[in-house]
Each structure stands twice: as structure tokens, then as C-alpha cells.
Design a protein around this ligand. Structure first.
Ligand code: BGC
Ligand code: BGC
Length: 652
């Protein structure tokens, strides 16, 4: 009896094993299958609830394992400043994301979620990450090539011909940023912003590389930096992410975000199709050719039509005409803002946006309302299933291309990438190249820069001289940025102190009075002033003045001592009234955490090579004024920037 039972049992086991392995082979889980095959296989298994879940992105703060599982949530984001804990370490981030991801993987189909974050100048929400210059500074960078063999002639060549755009720098910044983002377990960055800011009154002007679309197009090199280079013969217009050290990118904000009237944020861009396609669209074409994974829609309107409801541009142009195959994501509550006031008719918002062609919605809080509303609209056949399938196919495509199904969990071994020395050196290089020298000496034969390292006593003054938060600007640690030691880095004052000769006495006063300035016999002064940090609408400004005590510090110091003013700002600001009193003026934009780059150039270890990525106006009444305009009467034209030779070249 017992002897007969054993082979029987064996057979039963064998059959069971065969049955389970059969059930367990799911094509979509097989990395050897083609992406399209995997998508098709997975989609035929998905319910409507699972599909709509994929289209839903929620904020970290209201995510939990329960919510992720019950609603089949497809994506989570960190909004500006949204972190697991103040000064969270890479380990804290990795733990949080692992918990979220495990919840998603435990669902019936185990579709991994994609976590996204604004890493817009380095991994800026993360404590002690490397903070690179904001985009406007990168738009100023040029590659200086020194030639040694031409003797006297080389000086001219150095300053004129040999200074070229340097998109390779931006690409390296993308790669470094990707590593730091991955170090926190995150595979997706909401960058680059490829806005072409046509009016500096816009509070997001610093997120734009330039008023010139050609510069913005060149700077889309951030995309292959973040995602890796699209290999030759790779499917055209397909999203591409090379591997585990890269992240999916997001070109934003589609389209015309930088063209709104008076630079009012989220407002109306009133231009004809010719201008829209000629100025604001080109960098999207570059982005797609470089395999960008996602595109974010703009809050703004084009000729009165909200972009979040613009089917002609999102579906007709971006998806059909340009052939974009990644997914289109809304902006934060972007669909709510289709109506005035926001959320006034949420059903309409959902209908209009999904019909327009949006694939994923950055809800980010009221997901039951979004999911419930969209489900009803599909059940009532207001939104066709075809549209839902297109959205989900695109989202899954990016997830497969990203390798999320194979590697859904964070790699804890990358922790030491955050703020590492090599990245800080790269940021320092970017700072050096981003500086634009606007004035050097009251007459051309008395240049003040480069400054001598050896002097008896020098004065460093101004609100922005010793403030990491101020030199980083908005989108740093907090959404709006902050003041003081909000994260690691080198202030400009620290940098000056470590650059000058040990015998030079450096006196620092944030707001020196006339007495201090006049009684000290300073050899020269460095005044560092500018705009306080801001982000988005809070940065809109109709007057573009730098607040007090900036102007009075300039007057007090420069009225009495030879001075260079280092301006920290997200855009050109009103400077003409103070220009005569200054001996030298440097536009340093928002340089980020590595203030050493400023000192490197002020003291001549490197030459000035940066060129204005924007037109510098005389008065705000002239705005908008961009290069190529019929009446163009700038204080400093687009492309302007004086040069100095690096100390090494001077010695040669
Ligand atoms: C901004 C986007 C950003 C998103 C998420 C929005 O307010 O417009 O640029 O990616 O928030 O933080
Ligand atoms: C978030 C940002 C977002 C903004 C939109 C803020 O509360 O932190 O990420 O861009 O809201 O208005």
C-alpha cells in the first residue's frame, strides 16, 4: 500500500509543480520579451481600476501601503521640500521608498510604482546633496579653449573666437544628478525645464536656460546626462533610460510657459502659431530625439486655452506630429486649475485633461476624487477606453524601459553619491563658467579684476556674502528656498577667505555703515547682494528691484572703496542706477552650494568666460525685450560678457 502511494504522490507533486510554473510564467515579467510584447501581455490582464491607478500620481505625504494597494497607485512624488524627515539621509529615503514599493509589488499584478522628484539643480530637496547653478547660470556657460602657440595673438583669440557653448558640461551635471537621485532610491526627475523665458518678470525665469531657443535646445544635453545616450539604431522617438545609475527625465512645461504676458506665472501666452512653434517648441523636438521619457504640461494657456485642456497641442502636436512615445504628466493640481477658481468643476477638469491626451495626473492629494471621477467618465463612455489604454501603455512603456520591473527597489550601495567631492568639483566648475563679467574698471585701462590675493585689508559686505540658502535660491531644501545654513556647501565669504593670501586681513560686515567703510583703509571691497530666494508665482515681480539693504550697501561701500559687486539673482534686475558707482560688476545668477567657483574667477585662478543668456534691460518699462526685437536698446545685450585671462595665461 505504502509503496504504491509514494509514486502517486510524486506524480501529484509533479503535476502541481508544472501547473504552478505554468501559471507563474507571465510574459510581462520576462525581460527577454520585447517591451511592446510585455506591455500587451500586462494590459490584457488589467482591470479598469488597475489601469486608472497607473494614471494616478500622489504626494509622498499622503501615501501609505494601504492606499497604494487599495487604489493600485502608479506613481508617487515629492513636491518641493517634501522629505521623509528633516535632513533625511540617503538611508532614510531608501527605506521610505522600499516600503512604498513593496506595497505596490504585493498587489495582484505587482506593477512597480515610479517615484518622481524635482531634481532641478542637483537633487535639491535632499540635505547635503550637490546644488548646481540654476539653469539661467548654465545658459551662460561657455567653453574657453586656450591656445599657447600663437603668442600675442592668442589673447584676442582667447577672448573672442575660442569661447564656445559647452553643452557637455550640462550633460555631466545630468549624470551626476542622476547618481545622487538614484542614491535616494528615486528613478525619475522632473527636469529639465526647457522654458524659453521671454520676460524676466516671470518668477521662474531662473529655471529657464535662456531667452534664446538655440541655447535652450543645446542645453537639452541634460537629458542624455540624466538618462544616458540613446544608442544608434534605437527605436526613434521611444523613451530611453540606460541603466540603474540613470533616471527618467521630464521636459517641462509644455508649451509656452516662458511666454506669458508680463511674465505672470501660470498666465496666458498670446502669440501666433509661428512664434509658438519657432520659439517655444524646438527644444521639445530635441528632447524627443534624445529619448526623453516624459513631458510635463504647463499651467499656462496659449491664446486663452489652458494647456492642460489643449488636445490640439498635446495629442495633435506632441504625440502625433512629433511622435512622442513616452508619457505626458500633468503639473501639480494642473487639471484642477483648468477652471477658475481651481476645482470649480472637477468632472470637467478630468474630462478635458484626459481627453486632451494627459496620461498621468499629478493629483496629488485627493486621489479618491480623481479616481472616482475618471472611473465614472469611462463607465459612462464619455472617455473612451481607447484613451485610457493609450495612457497606460505609455506609462508602462516608461516603466519597462527604466528597468523598474527588474529592479524595482532602491540600491542602498549608492548612498555615498550624495554631495560627493567629485560632484562638488563639477558644480564648482559650472559656477566658474556661469559668471558673466559686465563691467571691469571705471575705464578700460584700470581693470579691477582679477583681484590681487595679497592685500593689507579687504572688505566683504552684503546680505548674500555668507548665506548658502541665498546663493542656492528657490527649489533648495524647501520649495521656496531658505536663508542661512540650510544645507552643506561653501559660502562666497568662506571661499574668499580660503583663496586670499594668509596675510590678507578679510573684514566681513553684512551691512557696513559709512564709518566702518571709510575709517579702515581697505585695499578693495567685494559686495555680494541680490534677490532673496523665491519659486514660481511668489517670484513674479513687476519692478525687478533688488530689495534693501542691497542698494544702500552698494552705495555705502562703492562710494568709498574700489569695489566689485557680485550680484546673486535669478534674472537681470534693475542695476543701471548703481552702475556708475561700481568699479566692477559680476552677474553670478544662483550659483548653488559651491561658492568657491566665484572666488576661483574673482582672484584670477580662472578667467571670466560666461556670456549673457538674457538681455539686460535698462528699465522695466522696456520689457519684454529680447534679442532680435525691432527696438532693442539694452543695458547689456544678449551674449555680452567681458573676459579676463586666467592667472596662468597672464604669467605665460
Ligand atoms: C511645478 C513643477 C513641478 C511640480 C512638482 C509644480 O508646481 O510647476 O515644475 O515639477 O510642481 O513639484
Ligand atoms: C509644492 C510644490 C508645488 C507647489 C505647486 C507646493 O506646495 O511643494 O512642489 O510645486 O505646491 O503650487
Amino acid at each position: 500500500m505504502a509503496a504504491r502511494r509514494i509514486p502517486m504522490l510524486g506524480l501529484v507533486f509533479l503535476l502541481c509543480w508544472a501547473a504552478t510554473t505554468q501559471a507563474e510564467y507571465m510574459k510581462y515579467k520576462d525581460p527577454k520579451q520585447a517591451v511592446n510584447v510585455r506591455i500587451k501581455d500586462l494590459m490584457k490582464r488589467m482591470t479598469l481600476a488597475e489601469k486608472i491607478g497607473q494614471m494616478t500620481q500622489i504626494e509622498r505625504a499622503n501615501a501609505s501601503s494601504r492606499v497604494l494597494k487599495d487604489y493600485f497607485i502608479g506613481s508617487i512624488l515629492s513636491g518641493g521640500g517634501s522629505v521623509p524627515a528633516p535632513q533625511a539621509s540617503a538611508k532614510d529615503w531608501v527605506e521610505m521608498i522600499t516600503t512604498f514599493q513593496k506595497a505596490c509589488l504585493s498587489t495582484r499584478l505587482g506593477i512597480p510604482m515610479i517615484y518622481g522628484i524635482d531634481a532641478v539643480h542637483g537633487h535639491n530637496n535632499v540635505y547635503n546633496a550637490t546644488i548646481f547653478p540654476h539653469n539661467i547660470g548654465l545658459g551662460a556657460t561657455r567653453q574657453a579653449q586656450t591656445i599657447t602657440s600663437l603668442g600675442f595673438l592668442s589673447l584676442t583669440l582667447y577672448s573672442e573666437i575660442m569661447i564656445r557653448r559647452d553643452p557637455g558640461l550640462v550633460k555631466r551635471i545630468g549624470a551626476a544628478t542622476a547618481l545622487e537621485v538614484r542614491a535616494t532610491g528615486i528613478p525619475y526627475a522632473f527636469a529639465p525645464c526647457i522654458a524659453v523665458c521671454r520676460d524676466p518678470r516671470w518668477g521662474r525665469c531662473y529655471e529657464s536656460y535662456s531667452e534664446d531657443h538655440g541655447v535652450v535646445q543645446a542645453m537639452t544635453e541634460l537629458i542624455p546626462g540624466l538618462q544616458g545616450d540613446v544608442p544608434p539604431n534605437y527605436a526613434k522617438d521611444f523613451p530611453y533610460v540606460a541603466g540603474k545609475n540613470n533616471v527618467a527625465a521630464c521636459s517641462k512645461h509644455f508649451v509656452g510657459d516662458g511666454g506669458t504676458q508680463k511674465g505672470i506665472d501660470e498666465n496666458n501666452t498670446i502669440i501666433d502659431a509661428h512664434e509658438l512653434l519657432g520659439i517655444h517648441m524646438p527644444a521639445y523636438i530635441d528632447s524627443i530625439a534624445k529619448g526623453v521619457s516624459t513631458v510635463m504640461v504647463s499651467y499656462s494657456s496659449w491664446n486663452g486655452v489652458k494647456m492642460h485642456a489643449n488636445r490640439r497641442l498635446v495629442t495633435g502636436h506632441l504625440k502625433k506630429k512629433l511622435g512622442f512615445k513616452g508619457f505626458v504628466i500633468s503639473d501639480w493640481q494642473g487639471i484642477d486649475r483648468i477652471t477658475t477658481p481651481p476645482g470649480a468643476n472637477y468632472t470637467y477638469s478630468v474630462q478635458a485633461s484626459i481627453t486632451a491626451g494627459l496620461d498621468m495626473v499629478m493629483v496629488p492629494y485627493d486621489y479618491p476624487a480623481f479616481i472616482g471621477t475618471l472611473t465614472n467618465l469611462v463607465n459612462q463612455k464619455v472617455i473612451p477606453m481607447k484613451r485610457i489604454n493609450d495612457a497606460v501603455r505609455r506609462i508602462l512603456r516608461v516603466k519597462f524601459v527604466l528597468g523598474l520591473f527588474e529592479n524595482p527597489l532602491p540600491d542602498p550601495s549608492l548612498g555615498d553619491q550624495i554631495g560627493k567631492q567629485e560632484h562638488r568639483e563639477l558644480a564648482r566648475e559650472a559656477v566658474r563658467k556661469s559668471l558673466v563679467l559686465l563691467k571691469n574698471g571705471k575705464s578700460s585701462n584700470e581693470p579691477l579684476l582679477p583681484l590681487p590675493k595679497k592685500a593689507d585689508k579687504i572688505l566683504v559686505a552684503g546680505s548674500h556674502a555668507d548665506n548658502i540658502g541665498y546663493q542656492c535660491g528657490g527649489w533648495t531644501i524647501e520649495w521656496q528656498g531658505g536663508s542661512g545654513n540650510i544645507t552643506g556647501g561653501t559660502t562666497i565669504l568662506d571661499a574668499i577667505r580660503s583663496t586670499v593670501d594668509p596675510a590678507t586681513n578679510v573684514v566681513f560686515s553684512e551691512k557696513p555703515d559709512a564709518d566702518l567703510v571709510q575709517s579702515n583703509h581697505f585695499s578693495y571691497a567685494i559686495v555680494v547682494v541680490g534677490e532673496p530666494p523665491y519659486a514660481e508665482t511668489a517670484g513674479d515681480s513687476l519692478n525687478l528691484t533688488i530689495p534693501e539693504p542691497g542698494p544702500s550697501t552698494i552705495q555705502t561701500v562703492c562710494g568709498a572703496v574700489r569695489c566689485v559687486v557680485v550680484l546673486i539673482s535669478g534674472r537681470p534686475v534693475v542695476i543701471q542706477p548703481y552702475l556708475p558707482v561700481m568699479d566692477a560688476l559680476v552677474a553670478a545668477w544662483l550659483p548653488g552650494s559651491e561658492g568657491q567657483g566665484v572666488a576661483d574667477v574673482l582672484f584670477g585662478d580662472f578667467g571670466f568666460t560666461g556670456k549673457l543668456p538674457r538681455t539686460w534691460f535698462k528699465s522695466v518699462e522696456q520689457l519684454p525685450m529680447n534679442v532680435g526685437d525691432k527696438s532693442y536698446d539694452p543695458l547689456f545685450p544678449f551674449g555680452f560678457g567681458l573676459t579676463t585671462k586666467p592667472a596662468a595665461a597672464v604669467q605665460n
